[in-house]
Write a protein that binds this ligand. Structure first.
Ligand SMILES: [Zn+2]
Length: 197
């Protein structure tokens, strides 16, 4: 039996989300068919607002204001330690572990020539500028282990001034594992066991 086109359209859209198969998407869609009009509008509006989602002008983290909470914190800006992460999820995972008190640079991905992601897309110039501005002495690369991740770390190392200490977290992070799925203890251990690159 063919589903009505209006239902098909929502199922198709929801199925694009990670962890949502067609079956789940259909179940969710059917729940929404019973919602009030204003609930549907609210959901649609929330999705639409993502198009104008702002980023911190300093570190690139998603936020509502010009500056994120971390970059607005003077003590953190004066810590002289900067942690490079791939995305907001990794940043949240590290924040949750409560063991890092420096600032971040959120790249929004790793180098990937096939997807057209180069140094510009990762805002590496901005990273370099902030290393100078905040007199950063230590950079922690909290980048997941993968061919692309390793290439990204190598490029960052090449770009940074020689006197900057560059460390990479690795201990306890499984190869190909993603930071966002690790528990806080593993992340704190990984941060403690950072090693020179
Ligand atoms: Zn920020």
């Amino acid at each position: 039996m063919e589903l009505p086109r209006k239902i098909q359209a929502v199922v198709k859209a929801l199925s694009r989300l990670p962890g949502v198969g067609e079956k789940t998407a259909l179940r969710q869609t059917l729940v929404m068919t019973r919602w009030h009009a204003n609930e549907i509008s609210e959901l649609a509006k929330a999705f639409e607002n993502l198009q104008t989602l702002g980023k911190c002008i300093e570190c690139g983290m998603y936020c509502d204001e010009k500056l994120c909470v971390v970059c607005s914190d003077e003590t953190r800006c004066e810590s002289e330690v900067l942690c490079v992460v791939e995305n907001l999820n990794d940043c949240l995972a590290i924040e949750k572990s409560g063991t890092f008190s420096g600032i971040y640079h959120v790249m929004g991905g790793v180098l990937n020539p096939l997807l057209g992601i180069g140094p510009n897309e990762l805002e590496l110039d901005q990273l370099l500028a902030r290393v100078k501005k905040y007199q950063i002495k230590e950079i922690i690369l909290a980048v997941n282990s993968s061919v692309e991740g390793d290439a990204t770390c190598a490029l960052i190392k090449e770009m940074l001034p020689e006197e900057t200490q560059i460390l990479r977290i690795g201990f306890g992070i499984p190869m190909g594992g993603s930071l966002e799925y690790l528990d806080s203890l593993t992340i704190s251990k990984a941060l403690e066991n950072r090693r020179h690159l």
